[in-house]
Design a protein around this ligand. Structure first.
Ligand code: PMP
Length: 322
């Protein structure tokens, strides 16, 4: 779909996957005026196909668009675009196991010009691709590298938007994590260099020995759809869930003393993944016994059961596509 100030959104088309013709002076290639989303379509045992809270992705897409001076796409149009594509590609939605059809909606400045200003032609595209289960051989705890040289988001910056530029800026930190033998990178805030924010592509949760659960407050982090669902599920299960600042010192002391019993990360791709270790220049700390704890395991199962239709969707989170 294309947008111009004169015509609004127009020329919606579904076509076979293939390259886009891009002029070398297309604005997005130079100024990265671009946003995206990620979600999945799940096939239930009866053959029906569902997405998980697509309106929440649509609303986040609108917030990202506002921050990046891109036009607003109505929530209904966003959801209808996904539904249309999934129906066309229905045969590609996997059955059985925890596989899915991954959906990647994105919007970018497609105007051809070299000035620095918001583009007057914008494109909205959705691509779909079958995705296998995130953990095919059982849940494996991730190891985390603490980024001390790089930050992901400044106050007033784009941290809360899902724009490509955020990910471009965090690639070097992810590379450093891999070089240090870790799977993922964790970022601290840009001002005090002390408050835990999130991983490269996941939000973080801390479980305390009294059952309380803490997750970093919103502001400069991405407002994860999974993060929000977990607040609901954990609260319902009787946990006191707090959204507040948590310092790297609190994380370290809590893990060392046993006050923090479990740490997990969450996002659309992995749903919930236990954090096994935190590594930095200071050394390595193991979370609990380094394996998936009971709270992580229970919430993970609960969320997957809702997504795959194995339990009742009492929160009305699922959207039927076909
Ligand atoms: N933080 C970042 C930086 C991410 O890229 C993602 C993945 N979208 C998340 C958190 C988790 O968000 P969600 O639960 O919506 O996938």
């Amino acid at each position: 779909v294309t947008w111009t100030p004169e015509q609004g959104w127009h020329d919606a088309v579904v076509k076979p996957y293939g390259p886009l013709a891009i002029d070398p002076a297309t604005a997005v290639l130079h100024y990265a005026q671009e946003i995206f989303e990620g979600l999945k379509a799940y096939r239930h045992a009866d053959g029906s196909v569902w997405t998980f809270r697509p309106e929440a992705n649509a609303a986040r897409f609108q917030r990202s668009a506002a921050r990046m001076a891109l036009p607003q796409l109505p929530v209904d149009d966003f959801v209808a675009a996904l539904d249309t594509l999934v129906r066309v590609d229905e045969a590609w939605v996997p059955s059985g196991g925890e596989a899915s059809l991954y959906l990647r909606p994105f919007m970018f400045a497609s105007e051809v010009f070299l000035g620095v200003r918001p583009a007057r032609q914008v494109s909205f595209v959705v691509i779909a691709s079958p995705a296998g289960a995130y953990f095919s051989e059982g849940v494996k705890p991730v190891s985390i590298w603490l980024s001390e040289d790089y930050t992901r988001a400044a106050v007033g910056g784009t941290g809360a938007a899902k724009c490509g530029g955020n990910y471009a800026a965090s690639l070097i930190a992810q590379q450093e994590a891999i070089a240090n033998g870790c799977d993922q990178v964790a970022f601290l805030d840009a001002v005090d260099r002390r408050w835990v924010e999130e991983l490269g592509g996941m939000n973080l949760y801390f479980v305390y020995d009294d059952g309380q659960i803490v997750t970093p407050e919103l502001g400069t982090i991405l407002e994860g759809i999974t993060r929000e669902a977990i607040i609901t599920l954990a609260t319902e299960a009787g946990h006191k869930v707090e959204e507040r600042r948590i310092g790297i010192d609190e994380w370290r002391e809590g893990a060392a003393s046993g006050r923090i019993t479990e740490v997990f990360a969450c996002g659309t791709a992995a749903v919930l993944t236990p954090v096994g270790t935190l590594r930095s220049r200071e050394g390595e700390l193991v979370m609990g016994d380094g394996t998936a704890g009971p709270v992580t395991t229970r919430i993970r199962r609960q969320l997957l059961d809702i997504q795959y239709g194995r339990t009742e969707d009492t929160y009305d989170w699922l959207h039927r596509v076909c």
